[in-house]
Write a protein that binds this ligand. Structure first.
Ligand SMILES: Nc1ncnc2c1ncn2[C@@H]1O[C@H](COP(=O)(O)OP(=O)(O)OP(=O)(O)O)[C@@H](O)[C@H]1O
Ligand SMILES: [Mg+2]
Length: 241
């Protein structure tokens, strides 16, 4: 049987006791990519924040590797094997690339930080040449690589990515998605929110369409790409990608 890394069961969550997402079911299997798409304000970031313990859990259950993390604190989730890249402000611009990566070890030092860093730099060879450069001087795509690299420094089992390709050119978008496939194949599961919905579903093993804080559609990436209603309403219409 496929191992379920993350199992979100009927979760409602929000801010100040007010629900933004309601009754969400979602799962991430081991070594897979799960994509969440949906309109602005649908609650996609709120869902990622709920998994990462950054807002109020109001109902349901969240299992990580079979253990409840409902109401768990972020500081406890990182050592358990979850890390995250937020939608904005996801690198320390005045720190070097290497210092940014090192920050990723603070909350949960990996067993062998040097080996972990070497592995990450093998995945992101562009960064190897820029280790001493300030992150703020990099291109948007390179900064996203730093952000994902930092998240990988704690040796997580699951990474949560909020719009890893936001603002990138189509060419760079492909580079980042290729890297995410390599990250997945290296054994890390990925739960990501994406505005570039079509391309995200192409690389996703599983996808969810979130609308008004609720699950509207669920299926494999291929199923959602083939669904006429999903295509018309959420993928910019037109034919198959
Ligand atoms: N810290 C917060 N406190 C109160 N309400 C919030 C907070 N963050 C988000 N919200 C509200 O939750 C709703 C969903 O926001 P969220 O950021 O989850 O949407 P999203 O689907 O990620 O949108 P986008 O595609 O624009 O990033 C919005 O109405 C927003 O105003
Ligand atoms: Mg968002």
């Amino acid at each position: 049987m496929t191992r379920r890394v993350l199992d979100v069961q009927g979760v409602s969550a929000g801010y100040g006791g007010q629900a933004i997402i309601t009754d969400i079911d979602l799962h991430v299997d081991a070594q897979s990519i799960t994509a969440i798409i949906g309109p602005n304000g649908a609650g996609k970031s709120t869902l990622l924040k709920a998994v990462f313990g950054l807002n109020d859990h109001l109902g349901g259950e969240i299992l990580f590797d079979g253990r409840s993390i409902f109401n768990a604190r972020t500081a406890d989730l990182v050592p358990m094997g979850i890390s995250a890249v937020p939608q904005t402000h996801n690198v320390f611009r005045s720190l070097s690339v290497e210092e940014n990566l090192d920050v990723g070890t603070f909350a949960a030092p990996p067993r062998d930080a040097a080996a972990t860093k070497a592995k990450i730099l093998d995945l992101f060879p562009d960064l190897r040449e820029k280790l001493r450069q300030q992150a703020g001087e990099l291109s948007g795509g390179q900064r996203q690589m730093v952000a994902v690299g930092r998240a990988l420094m704690s040796d997580p089992k699951l990474i949560l990515l909020d719009e890893p390709t936001a603002g990138l050119s189509p060419a760079y978008l492909e580079i980042i998605f290729d890297l995410l496939l390599q990250v997945r194949d290296s054994g890390v599961s990925i739960l990501m929110v994406e505005q570039n919905a079509k391309q995200a579903l192409v690389i996703a093993d599983e996808g969810y369409v979130l609308v008004n804080g609720e699950n509207a559609y669920e299926g494999t990436g291929a199923e959602l790409l083939a669904n006429d209603e999903v295509r018309r309403s959420f993928l910019g219409g037109g034919g198959a990608p």
